[in-house]
Ligand binder design. Structure first.
Ligand SMILES: *Cc1c(COP(=O)(O)O)cnc(C)c1O
Length: 430
């Protein structure tokens, strides 16, 4: 016998009140949803690939038209001239990450930017060469960090410190992270953390952790893949040295979209800082000269290598316009409400099943949008059943379903639908 969850009608009345009062609800119409059985899916995968803004297609077509019309002259004559195309992004990105406009630039991809930033900020010596990262870090970050250690002739077995969750827990405490930083003290060259952990959804207390890193003289780098467009950041005020991100998760800029880089103002005018150079990072006045003297542009722009991939960046532009219209502070407020509601509903559903538990922090301040649920058994089958019913969540081996409601396009009612479906599905495994 399949029954509704006893709290289902309470969920529904909460959701209908919240949705009715939601001042951001019309932004949902800005996005296209994949279809399942003739209706829009219920999408909870904005942490993996954000949905497509409807205006993106029009913006891409505009650049195709301008290229067709102007050819090379489009660099200056296109409606959005390509020569200075990357500059438009500085303001909106700075607002989202808490930076000054000349501290950020949209370029390359996350992993390539991580390497470029480490060339400047990981300068190991025999005495100070360790990099501290969190355990269960995203594979690409780990490969990048390991390979940088090797490039400098050090051994990751000594120089790479991974902080693992304590026995019986899935997340790290700030105290634990700071203890590890202090334990390794003056041998730490770099602390490299995610703003929000991709697997558990844990939002780290970056300000406190940065202060710990600085107290031992280490640099502080951030991977914002799951943080940008999701949670409030104050990169400038926190004194972060560098940060990198991708734009296809909460920033909705499409598969493989252009990434980004933050370099703190303290290094804006540091031509002496080692870096891998390219012509787009060179002082504009000298860019086309054949004198071959590299003078880095002031700020993060000075880390650019190549001219802007306009056809790719146009989708980020479409998306950032929507962020500007909605206002990031309001989006963050709704994100927290959605995340709390999701946590409550999922907690209700799994309460009777000892083999299922939420591994994301229960304190909403310690997570972003995402709630991760671990299943000791039946996880994959439950995931498959959700997909078959039109709920797009994601499966992370060995046993986690990640669920992420996004304030730009998710409704509270979506969470009720998920709660009802999960109730039905889990009863099959009781
Ligand atoms: C998504 C993600 C990446 C992706 O890296 P790309 O270079 O964009 O392919 C890297 N690190 C983390 C933590 C991520 O979540």
């Amino acid at each position: 016998m399949k029954t509704q969850h006893p709290n289902s009608s309470a969920w529904s009345s909460t959701a209908s009140k919240r949705d009715a009062a939601d001042t951001l609800k019309n932004f949902r119409d800005e996005f296209s949803f994949p279809m399942h059985d003739g209706r829009d899916v219920t999408y909870f995968c904005g942490n993996s690939l954000g949905l497509q803004p409807k205006r993106t297609q029009e913006y891409v077509i505009q650049e195709l038209e301008d290229w067709r019309t102007f050819g090379v002259e489009g660099h200056f004559k296109a409606r959005n001239p390509w020569y200075s195309y990357h500059r438009w992004f500085a303001e909106p990105l700075a607002r989202i990450v808490g930076a000054l406009p000349h501290e950020v630039v949209a370029m390359n991809s996350l992993t390539s930017n991580l390497h470029l930033a480490m060339v400047s900020f990981y300068r190991p010596t025999p005495e100070r060469n360790k990099i501290i990262i969190s355990g269960y870090e995203f594979p690409s970050d780990r490969y990048a960090v390991e390979s940088q250690i090797r490039v400098h002739g050090f051994d990751p077995a000594d120089a790479l410190i991974e902080i693992q969750p304590a026995e019986g827990t899935s997340t790290l405490t700030t105290e634990q992270i700071c203890d590890v930083i202090k334990e390794h003290g003056s041998s730490v060259a770099l602390v490299m953390l995610s703003g929000v952990h991709f697997y558990t959804g844990q939002r780290f207390e970056i300000q406190q952790i940065t202060a710990c890193a600085k107290s031992v003289g280490a640099s502080m780098g951030l991977d914002l893949a799951h943080a940008i467009g999701n949670v409030e950041l104050e990169l400038h005020d926190w004194g972060i040295d560098f940060a990198v991100w991708c734009s296809y998760k909460y920033l909705n800029a499409g598969p493989g979209a252009v990434g980004g880089l933050f370099i703190h103002e303290a290094y804006a005018d540091r031509p002496d800082l080692p870096r891998f150079a390219g012509w787009w990072g060179n002082d504009e006045a000298l860019r086309f000269t054949l004198q071959h003297n590299f003078v880095p542009t002031y700020g993060a722009d000075g880390w650019q290598l190549s001219n802007a991939p306009v056809m790719n960046m146009v989708a980020l532009r479409a998306s950032l316009e929507i962020f500007q219209q909605a206002g990031f502070a309001l989006l963050c407020k709704k994100r927290e409400e959605l995340s709390i509601f999701l946590h409550d509903v999922v907690s209700d559903v799994i309460a009777d099943y000892p083999w299922a538990r939420i591994i994301s922090p229960s304190d909403p301040k310690q997570r972003g949008a995402q709630v991760s649920v671990a299943f000791d058994t039946h996880g994959r089958a439950i995931f498959d059943a959700l997909i078959a019913r039109g709920f797009v969540v994601d499966w992370r081996a060995p046993y986690v379903i990640r669920i992420a409601p996004v304030p730009l396009y998710n409704r509270f009612a979506d969470i009720v639908e998920l709660g009802n479906a999960l109730t039905t599905i889990m009863q099959e495994f009781a």
